[in-house]
Design a protein around this ligand. Structure first.
Ligand code: GLY
Ligand code: MN
Ligand code: MN
Length: 423
């Protein structure tokens, strides 16, 4: 980062607090870029980095809220700059009230200013104010940066490769979420409402120290499984149906993202079993295609191929495999990508293509593998397949030797799922 700025200055704010209604706030979640650089959990904070060989360079500085005994009685502990510098390993730390002056001072004579642009309107205003303040000093002999760069691109490139500490957090998130899916399989019974299952997931997330869900849990029974981002979670699951759960916790900022689909009765049968086996075979083949040197998009193509072949065999698509792939008729039943990067954000940052070419997988990258099949009622669909939705999703680390499935402890073979439902 410091080298990439070539003598520049970077200023990265955390997320503002968000009001839910009246005087109630949403649970606070720091900005992912800020958190990546700092690990600092409080709102009203900014990281400033300077590079180059000027006075005080290079520096890593945190601006944060002061200690405030009165507010701490009402809202809880605040680190304050002194403790924050010590604990979070910054060279310097100051009150957030000092940001404006110091940022302007340090921005003088820098070739470039790096900051997120267009992310938080108030921060855009602060950056503009800083630049104008430096420009106003031009007659004192200083120059304002000629270049203003969105810092998210270089940070995203760094975030794509997970280091050992990040992997430890991703593993723990995966482990907790895996336990939550096993709990859901064990407890769910015909007649349960989807929200009752959601409550069991939440129970498991919180009791093992996850701070939040990484995204709203999808608990989709029967026909709801065909709604990709189903969120209502208020239907009663019936005997004979499948239950699709796409749920993962966030552990110290890092996401997990697991989908499993299992029979409400605990036993797969008929068309549901056939569709499940097809998606499982696609998912296993996809995971095999995740290894260093392979293109990111390869495993999506594997998913398309396996699913198209299976849809033909089930009588849901007509024609040769090449024709079904070429015309895309399989997209009636499989209309999303096979996965995405995973990290601080569930759909994590990082480019998927570079100059139009699919990115090559490298060790340290983490991605999801999540093919699915969603069959809505339709004139061209045999009735036995109506309203079946299946997705299977794991979180996979690219390693030097191939890959490691971080969510392998979540049952997914027919036997393992049925056994987990019987427990
Ligand atoms: N849970 C969001 C996703 O699977 O991409
Ligand atoms: Mn998911
Ligand atoms: Mn996903």
């Amino acid at each position: 980062m410091q080298q990439q700025t070539g003598g520049g200055i970077a200023a990265i704010p955390t997320a503002p607090e968000a009001i839910r209604n009246a005087d109630t706030h949403y649970p606070y979640r720091p900005d992912s870029y800020f958190y990546y650089l700092s690990g600092f959990p409080e709102p009203e904070a900014v990281v400033v980095l300077t590079a180059g060989s000027g006075e005080g360079d290079p520096r890593q500085v945190l601006f944060c809220r002061d200690k405030n005994p009165e507010r701490e009685i009402w809202d809880g502990f605040r680190y304050g700059p002194d403790a924050a510098r010590e604990i979070f390993g910054f060279d310097e730390a100051y009150s957030i009230a000092e940001l404006r002056g110091k940022l302007a001072d340090w921005t003088c004579d820098r070739p470039a200013l790096y900051a997120p642009l267009g992310l938080y309107p108030l921060w855009d205003d602060a950056i503009t104010a800083t630049l104008n303040e430096v420009r106003n000093r031009v007659r004192t002999g200083v120059a304002a940066p000629e270049t203003v760069v969105d810092v998210r691109a270089p940070l995203a490139a760094m975030r794509l490769y997970k280091d050992a500490q990040e992997l430890a957090l991703l593993r723990r998130a995966a482990e907790i979420s895996s336990g939550a899916h096993r709990r859901a399989m064990r407890l769910t019974r015909p007649g349960w409402y989807e929200y009752e299952v959601e409550a069991e997931l939440m129970h498991e997330f919180l009791r093992f120290g996850a701070q939040a869900v990484a995204y709203p849990s999808i608990v989709a029974s029967g026909p709801n499984a065909c709604v990709l981002h189903y969120r209502d979670n208020n239907r009663q699951a019936q005997d004979g149906e499948l239950l699709l759960i796409d749920a993962g916790c966030e552990f110290h900022g890092y996401a997990s993202d697991i989908t499993r689909t299992f029979p409400v009765s605990g036993k797969f049968a008929g068309a549901r079993k056939a569709v499940y086996e097809l998606v499982l075979s696609a998912q296993v083949a996809c995971i095999d295609a995740v290894k260093p040197g392979r293109a990111f998009h390869d495993y999506h193509q594997v998913a398309e191929r396996v699913l198209a072949r299976g849809l033909i065999d089930l009588g849901l698509c007509e024609g040769s495999l090449d024709a079904v792939l070429e015309t895309g008729t399989y997209k009636q039943f499989y209309m999303h990508r096979a996965g995405h990067w995973l990290g601080l954000d569930v759909h994590d940052v990082g480019l998927y293509r570079i100059n139009g070419e699919s990115r090559t997988l490298e060790p340290g990258m983490v991605l999801t593998v999540e093919p699915g099949c969603y069959i809505r009622p339709g004139d061209n669909v045999p009735e036995e397949f109506w309203n079946i939705g299946v997705r299977i999703e794991d979180d996979v680390l690219v390693t030097a030797a191939g890959n490691e499935n971080l969510t392998a402890a979540t049952p997914k073979t027919i036997d393992d799922v049925e056994a987990a439902c019987r427990l």
